[in-house]
Design a protein around this ligand. Structure first.
Ligand SMILES: [Zn+2]
Length: 450
């Protein structure tokens, strides 16, 4: 039997193992079931013939599950598969049609928290390796699994793990933890992620809230913060902080061509969100280019004064704004923080306090890297066609993998674009899980031959 045939024949077992993973809650935000799930993942790897161990950095840090299979026929080439076993909280529970940790199968769908993100993706990787081991007794290249437990809370310790185990994790290519399937069932081969800078801006005036009649005398920190925020960005989305774009690497001609050829259904996107137009009147290519290659400055939250029902005439003592900035290659989060601070200072807002939560650089794999055509050809063979995406509009720790392991990273997977990840009724489609497992087989095979 060939590996692909093995996947068809043993697909029920894949679903059963995915159900077991879903049934073990592993909510990193609440430290619920993390230890148990790490052990279950280790067991799942071992059941498939993959040697596994649990790596630890210390107390209160989620363990990382490592897996490895050495190739007898081709020991000099290594593919690393990065995934995570933790999930988002399942709340609100009452909006779930089936219990969130049931793994209930209905028709072509399996429901549950983690069914797509990321236990579904993980099982496709594990089973593709199992298919080779059971049918050929070998794998076409060395395989390494790095499965972390803090992805959904921002991958706080992945950098430490990567640095500590740099040698153990050494590889020639990384398959990212997820990959999208678009609304036309075409897989998206993703070559990058944007970076992220997340800050709180905080204004305080009086030591307590006051009667709003005092507004003639007491300055309002909400006004102060609004005025400061208004200096950060213009109406077209351009960030107005000095030198903000200084290191931004422009798209190459080839990348521009790829962006132009990416499908993007503007009208149905706008319908989905109930909006009439895009920021700055972007259309067609400029909208697609913005998703791939433009930095952002977004007000994620603003809290001050009274926000309940009815009227309360209050003059707040303090105000808080939460701001996120998406970054693109080669912006350095540390430099951007000091530019933001300088901006506030030189605009007369040095009284505002700033708290930096997260600074993560963007990463992109060169579309001309030979690894890209290996993944793209595999996806084309199994799905009929695929789309190359220069960069996802979201953020993940890809930069760390790229720079610490010095390997190209590509995302490909089974996650349908409307599979409600992070929301109630998350599901994975069975046909896509099967196809993606086969696609992983093709990737491993071609990678071994390259
Ligand atoms: Zn997620």
């Amino acid at each position: 039997m060939k590996p692909i045939g093995y996947i068809d024949k043993n697909f029920k077992k894949l679903i059963k193992d995915l159900q077991l993973l879903i049934q073990q809650p592993s909510v990193s935000a609440k430290n619920e079931g993390i230890e148990e799930c790490a052990k279950l993942v280790k067991k799942t790897l071992e059941k498939s013939g993959i040697r596994s161990e649990i790596l630890r950095l210390g107390k209160n840090i989620a363990p990382l599950v490592y897996g490895e299979v050495k190739s007898k026929s081709n020991p000099n080439k290594t593919l690393l598969l990065y995934n995570h076993y933790d999930v988002q909280p399942a709340e609100p529970f009452d909006l779930w049609e089936y219990p969130p940790f049931s793994g209930k199968v209905n028709g072509n769908k399996i429901f549950g928290r983690g069914s797509s993100d990321d236990k579904g993706e993980l099982i496709t990787r594990i089973k593709s390796v199992e298919a080779f081991l059971r049918t050929t007794g070998d794998v076409p290249c060395n395989i390494k699994f790095v499965i972390e437990g803090e992805e959904e809370t921002g991958s706080e310790h992945i950098e430490k793990y990567l640095k500590k185990y740099r040698k153990k994790f050494s590889c020639d290519g990384v398959i990212w933890e997820f990959g999208y399937i678009d609304s036309k069932d075409t897989p998206v081969v993703g070559l990058g992620m944007k970076g992220l800078l997340y800050v709180d801006l905080f204004a305080q005036e009086s030591n307590k809230d006051a009667h709003s009649s005092m507004a003639v005398l007491i300055k309002n920190p909400a006004w102060r913060l609004i005025q400061a925020i208004a200096t950060l960005r213009d109406n077209n989305g351009k960030v107005l902080i000095k030198d903000w774009y200084k290191e931004v690497r422009l798209l190459t001609k080839f990348e521009t061509r790829l962006v132009k050829s990416e499908p993007f259904d503007e009208k149905s996107f706008q319908r989905e969100y109930g909006i009439k137009d895009f920021v700055g009147g972007k259309k067609g290519f400029t909208a697609k280019k913005a998703l791939v290659a433009e930095p952002t400055c977004n007000v994620a939250g603003f809290v001050s004064g009274y926000t309940g029902d009815g009227a309360k005439t209050v003059l707040p003592g303090k105000a808080l704004a939460k701001i996120d900035f998406r970054l693109v290659p080669e912006m350095d989060p540390k430099k951007q923080v000091s530019r933001l601070k300088n901006h506030l200072k030189s605009n007369g807002f040095s009284d505002l306090k700033i708290k930096v939560y997260q600074g993560e650089a963007a990463a992109r794999t060169d579309p001309k890297d030979p690894f890209v055509s290996i993944v793209k050809d595999s996806a084309d063979q199994v799905f009929g066609k695929s789309t190359l995406n220069v960069s996802n509009a979201g953020t993940g720790p890809m930069y760390l993998f790229k720079t610490i392991l010095k390997s190209p990273c590509i995302s490909i997977g089974s996650t349908h674009i409307f599979s409600r990840i992070h929301s109630p009724n998350e599901f994975a489609r069975l046909d896509l899980l099967k196809k993606t497992t086969k696609c992983m087989c093709k990737i491993i095979e071609k990678f071994g031959m390259s």
